[in-house]
Design a protein around this ligand. Structure first.
Ligand code: GTP
Ligand code: MG
Length: 326
């Protein structure tokens, strides 16, 4: 049976052949698996890719149960509603931003290259937490191998530039070009591929308090090809930092759902965070594996026409819905 491989698959295979590092080979193989058409004619190819993937992960200690994934300082375990990784040139204020927004103890210094390893912290947004990751500086031409894994593993990228630095537009353009070249940033991303569409990248123009010109933001947006959403902030004065939380929440594309037991008030303290588009069944599965099968009645307060309306298991939930499962 013919394999009928697609353009996307060939592009991933090409990236695999060109890959210079372990991380690039791994990412390309994952993409080959995601893009290979799934039918009888490609069974052998699929099996071969899976075999190579599992061998690579085993060799690097990333297989399940080895525990070494946790030990790699670049691979920060995700917590909260999503992980936002801050990336930017030396001295832009990444550590100061993470310090201003979370309880993390980051090193803020008036000299460059102060941060040597990623540091996570939790940022409060309304009733949930979003994880921020401070990182070592980005340097033109590249980052160390596992740094790329850290970038790919996050849910959102916040590129940090220094508005008081006259090279900030060039630095931003260069970072975006680097991400495109590494195929981390692209127009379309298939499920299972660790890469970002442009909406998953934000720019924080930091040191807004020192920005020389109020029109600087517009100038950068015009100068930088494909400039993502750019927000002027200041880690020092706290200016606009609340807008960053709201923007990150929106771009993570998640919803908060509260649960209640029959006859009891809802638990508004600890929402479940689910991808946008999740159904009542998805919610049940995330509470308990079996619940998705055993639940019979689901009632929703919020997005339904009536309060406490009984809905089907495939009902698509909205942010702030309250759900009673029984
Ligand atoms: N005026 C002003 N200074 C800031 C702001 N944010 C950071 N700084 C200063 O800029 C310098 C660098 O800040 P860091 O947070 O250490 O920068 P970084 O991007 O983490 O630097 P590396 O770890 O070297 O990559 C420090 O002296 C900070 O006090 C800001 O919003 N306004
Ligand atoms: Mg730092």
């Amino acid at each position: 049976m013919p394999a009928n491989l697609t353009q996307q698959y060939y592009a991933a295979e090409e990236a695999f052949k060109k890959a210079g590092t372990y991380e690039e080979r791994l990412a390309a193989l994952e993409e080959m698996l995601a893009t290979v058409p799934k039918h009888k004619g490609t069974e052998k190819i699929q099996a071969d890719i899976k075999k190579r993937l599992s061998r690579m992960r085993k060799e690097s200690g990333q297989g399940q149960g080895t525990g070494s994934r946790q030990e790699d300082p670049f691979l920060i375990e995700a917590h909260g509603a999503g992980q936002v990784l801050l990336l930017g040139p030396p001295n832009a204020g990444k550590s100061a931003l993470v310090q201003a927004l979370t309880n993390a103890k980051t090193v803020v210094a008036d000299y460059p290259y102060a941060t040597v390893l990623p540091v996570p912290g939790m940022m409060k947004f309304e009733d949930i937490s979003i994880q921020l990751v401070d990182t070592p500086p980005y340097i033109p031409g590249g980052v160390a191998g596992n740094f790329l894994s850290a970038i790919r593993n996050s849910d959102l990228l916040a590129l940090v530039i220094d508005l008081a630095d006259q090279d900030s537009a060039d630095q931003l353009a260069e970072m975006l070009e680097f991400l495109r070249e590494k195929r981390i940033l692209r127009e379309e991303v298939l499920p299972g591929v660790r890469a970002f569409t442009p909406d998953k990248v934000l720019v924080l123009g930091n040191k807004g308090d020192l920005a020389p010109d109020p029109e600087l933001i517009e100038m950068i947006e015009e100068l930088v090809p494909g400039c993502p959403t750019l927000l002027a902030v200041s880690a020092l004065t706290g200016d606009n930092l609340d807008r960053f939380g709201a923007l990150a929440f929106e771009r993570l594309q998640v919803i908060r759902v509260y649960t209640k037991r029959p006859g009891k008030p809802p638990d508004l303290e600890r929402p479940f965070v689910l991808p946008r588009g999740s159904t009542v069944s998805d919610l049940a599965g995330s509470i308990h594996n079996e619940l998705a099968e055993t639940m019979r009645i689901a009632k929703v307060w919020g997005s339904t026409k009536f309060e406490g309306q009984a809905v089907n298991h495939d009902y698509v939930l909205a942010d702030r819905d309250i759900v009673e499962l029984s």
